[in-house]
Design a protein around this ligand. Structure first.
Ligand SMILES: Cc1ncc(COP(=O)(O)O)c(C=O)c1O
Length: 410
């Protein structure tokens, strides 16, 4: 029999599709686990399942499935109206963002939101600005659509708006047009940093001056430990330039796949038209669970009162463990989100270190390099503190530091 040459059948566009380093790390870890190896994972982008009220959600699911026939049906492409209304209220209360329910489209997670926005905004060859580094899946999704990514460096106060301005000036002088700026201002993935209030203001002014849209990814807006006076870009946006890609994943659980787009005008209209043929709608059962979760005050009762303080404590444990075990190393100190970026000595390979750490010490971390839009970040390592327990964090960092010292400190 002649073997099928599958590659011959692929669309040209499939050449853009690249694997994700994250998926590679997870695959290797699960192979080791299958062989019986016990690993400490500081790699995930998940919340802690023990901080999600699973039995309450279980009861809710049963109640909904028994009493709401629409929970097993298609929903309108933009989501059930009750959830859009509840979400609009919720965003007003907790994010200071005033969007009418008709401007909200419920999506399959933030991932679905970003994919849809990419599809309606990006033509092949379009220039898109992101933070450098930025969330790997967004970079991959936008690149697959043919976007040319221009990264702007990030420091402890978020995107360097001075560098952004300089870059836009240069690009404009070369006659190159930028489509939009994608930013994760709060609890940035992978850096864990949060954009300061001044930078937020500057970013909006720059977008206005250069007539650009901003996609604000608010995935970590409900995981803020300090900095309560920092408001989302959308709350400061009086020109309608900010399009929001939001998600309940980090609060309700990544498995429910409930996200949203808040947009206006033609962007909103085209997103809706584009959505139906792609996925029809977000899962009805998840939409109804999200609705009741918000409506019955579980966000306050479980997320704000219990989960958030626990995540803050885990953040503190990771920062303290790093300070104690690696006092000379450079790492970010997040006020929001679930990640810390650790930097190995210059020119050391994070990729190699992550591999050795998994093999020798049984600790899984994600190399930072794939999140970068250029050749930098070789020595970066992304650490997650939301999913592991406090003990796993301390032990994981202790082992990481042991390998660090063995390799880099003589
Ligand atoms: C910055 C950012 N945006 C979006 C997402 C997507 O989340 P989801 O599709 O689970 O809503 C993530 C997940 O890690 C993220 O880190």
């Amino acid at each position: 029999m002649i073997p099928v040459m599958y590659a011959r059948y692929l669309a040209g566009r499939a050449n853009w599709i690249k694997g994700s380093a994250l998926a590679d790390v997870m695959k290797k870890a699960s192979e080791l686990q299958k062989k019986g190896r016990r690993l400490i994972s500081l790699a995930a982008g998940d919340p802690d399942p023990s901080l999600i009220p699973r039995s309450v959600l279980g009861e809710l699911a049963r109640e909904i499935l028994e009493n709401e026939p629409k929970s097993v049906m298609y929903t309108p492409a933009n989501g059930i109206p009750e959830l859009r209304e509840e979400l609009a209220d919720f965003l007003k209360r907790y994010d200071g963002v005033d969007v009418p329910p008709e401007n909200i489209v419920i999506t399959i997670g933030g991932t679905g939101a970003l994919d849809l926005l990419g599809r309606v905004l990006i033509d092949p060859g379009d220039m898109v600005i992101t933070e450098n580094p930025s969330y790997i899946n967004t970079l991959l999704a936008f690149e697959q659509l043919g976007a040319r990514i221009e990264g702007v460096p990030v420091d402890e106060n978020g995107m360097r708006t001075d560098v952004l301005e300089e870059k836009l000036r240069r690009l404009a002088s070369e006659g190159r047009k930028v489509k939009f700026i994608y930013t994760i201002p709060t609890g940035q993935n992978p850096m864990g940093v949060t954009m300061s209030a001044e930078r937020r203001k500057a970013l909006l002014e720059i977008a206005s001056q250069y007539d650009l849209l901003i996609i604000e990814d608010t995935a970590y807006n409900f995981m803020m430990y300090e900095g309560g006076n920092i408001r989302p870009l959308k709350a400061l946006d009086d020109e309608g330039r900010v399009v929001v890609a939001g998600t309940l994943s980090k609060v309700l659980g990544t498995g429910f796949r409930i996200g949203w787009i808040a947009a206006e005008g033609e962007v909103l209209r085209k997103v809706l038209m584009q959505k139906q043929p792609i996925d029809f709608c977000a899962p009805a059962i998840s939409q109804y669970i999200a609705l009741e979760y918000l409506r019955r005050g579980y966000f306050e009762e479980y997320h704000l009162k219990k989960a958030l303080p626990a995540y803050r404590e885990k953040r503190d444990i990771m920062v303290a463990s790093l300070e104690e075990n690696l006092p000379w190393a450079s790492f970010t100190r997040p006020i929001a989100g679930m990640f810390i970026m650790l930097f190995l000595p210059e020119n050391a390979s994070g990729m190699e270190f992550a591999g050795e750490l998994m093999e020798k010490e049984g600790v899984v971390v994600v190399p930072g390099k794939p999140f970068y839009t250029d050749d930098s970040g070789i020595n970066a390592i992304r650490l997650n503190f939301s999913r592991p327990s406090g003990e796993e964090i301390s032990e994981g960092i202790r082992r990481l530091a042991r390998l660090y010292r063995e390799k880099f400190v003589s």
